[in-house]
Design a protein around this ligand. Structure first.
Ligand code: ATP
Length: 134
């Protein structure tokens, strides 16, 4: 039997994912993180990116829009404003969000609007990557 670690991904709308997995990997602000069972306790802010979960030898992907990851020896918790399993991503919506963000970035904007559009673009690209489309 492979050793496993519990993972839960939680958003304001409720839990998105809960399972026992062999490995969790994702991109923290400080760089790539790979977490195996028994990892030392840790709290890390996350980038907008994919959460990769190795389960029964396969990799499952979840699009995570930033937030935090907390590691305890037997459990990983991801708290994010938004998170979607690959199969739950609406690709048409993400493509539309990407186009809207690109258009806003082209227009003349103040810094705050620019930053918001950049983040919206990142979320959309991340969703498309996780869903397996470009
Ligand atoms: P949009 O402009 O399409 O709303 P967004 O990046 O502004 O995109 P968020 O604010 O990150 O959206 O998310 C709002 C809610 O909608 C969250 O619950 C998120 O999981 C969900 N969501 C956003 N985009 C998608 C998508 N393409 N497929 C499925 N769920 C999505």
């Amino acid at each position: 039997m492979m050793k496993t670690i519990k993972v839960s991904v939680v958003t304001p709308d409720g839990p998105v994912y809960e399972a026992d997995v062999e490995m969790v990997s994702t991109k923290a602000k400080s760089g790539e993180l790979g977490i195996l069972p028994g990892h030392i306790p840790l709290v890390a802010p996350l980038e907008i990116g994919a959460l990769r979960l190795k389960k029964d030898g396969k990799t499952e992907l979840i699009a995570v829009s930033g937030g935090f990851l907390e590691v305890r020896p037997d459990k990983v918790t991801v708290l994010a404003q938004a998170a979607e399993k690959a199969e739950d991503i609406d690709v048409v919506r993400a493509r539309a969000a990407k186009e809207r963000a690109e258009q806003r970035l082209q227009g003349k904007q103040d810094d705050i609007d620019f930053k918001r559009a950049e983040l919206a673009l990142k979320r959309a690209i991340n969703r498309l990557n996780v869903a397996g489309t470009k």
